[in-house]
Design a protein around this ligand. Structure first.
Ligand SMILES: CC(C)(COP(=O)(O)OP(=O)(O)OC[C@H]1O[C@@H](n2cnc3c(N)ncnc32)[C@H](O)[C@@H]1O)[C@@H](O)C(=O)NCCC(=O)NCCS
Ligand SMILES: Nc1ncnc2c1ncn2[C@@H]1O[C@H](COP(=O)(O)OP(=O)(O)OP(=O)(O)O)[C@@H](O)[C@H]1O
Length: 194
């Protein structure tokens, strides 16, 4: 089974992914692929965003780039148009290399990047805004303005973004982590019995 795992920032995707790994799934973190894609396409990224996003060693300075794109949807789209094709190809290679295994594609932008059409089902992790803000604050120790700019950028990320007609299941992460784990297990047993 190829399972897409989606949801907004700090909804609990990584936590759900770990629980799925405990059940034998192999997971792919698309945020990390996005970072690899930045290096693969670094010339195009620096050409578009300028030397201010380049480190002294020529690699991309993600913090500086994040300062530009997280607050500006148009510029984020520009960055996505450079890196998403490479991300899509890397996801396809991962699926090809691991055919026959239970796989999880963990990606906030699963729907908008068209990755849902590679999946047998999507698990959407839902969490109330206030929980996501508190979790982000505790985990990343970021400035509150940074947390809000990411949240604002993802306003449009909803379950409606799945265009491929793939089956979508939902887990609600508003209690404890063990409650989330139970819901993931319930999803798996429902899916297997379907
Ligand atoms: C802007 C970049 C350089 C910032 O890197 P940085 O290491 O500081 O942040 P990180 O990648 O960990 O992302 C932080 C949070 O923002 C979310 N996020 C990142 N890119 C996007 C996006 N295009 N749309 C919505 N949310 C995003 C992530 O899921 C995560 O929750 C990097 O996020 C990036 O290159 N993004 C564009 C590529 C992309 O879409 N990646 C996300 C794949 S899920
Ligand atoms: N139910 C919960 N109770 C307490 N803490 C939680 C719960 N769910 C998640 N967390 C914590 O909140 C933080 C964010 O969770 P997680 O990394 O799973 O979310 P995410 O959706 O993958 O985030 P991102 O989009 O930023 O990658 C983590 O530190 C995690 O341990």
């Amino acid at each position: 089974m190829i399972l897409g795992l989606a949801g907004k920032a700090c909804s609990g995707k990584n936590s759900a992914s770990r629980f799925l790994e405990e059940r034998g799934f192999l997971s792919l973190d698309v945020d990390k692929l996005g970072h690899e894609a930045l290096e693969l396409r670094r010339d195009a990224v620096i050409e578009s965003f300028g030397n201010q996003v380049a480190n002294d060693d020529g690699t991309v300075n993600r913090k500086a780039l994040g300062e530009i794109v997280f607050g500006d949807r148009k510029r984020m789209k520009e960055l996505e148009s450079i890196t998403h094709p490479a991300v899509f190809e890397m996801v396809q290679s991962f699926l090809e290399e691991n055919k026959g295994r239970n796989l999880v594609i963990n990606a906030a932008i699963l729907g908008p990047a068209g990755l849902d059409r590679l999946c047998d089902a999507v698990l959407w992790v839902e969490a109330p805004l206030i929980h996501r803000i508190i979790r982000a604050f505790k985990r990343d120790k970021n400035k509150i303005s940074h947390i809000f700019s990411r949240i604002r950028l993802q306003r449009h990320l909803t379950v409606q973004h799945f265009f491929s007609g793939v089956d979508i299941y939902m887990v609600r992460n508003r209690g404890s982590l063990s409650d989330l784990k139970k819901q993931v297990d319930m999803f798996l047993s429902d899916y297997e019995n379907f």
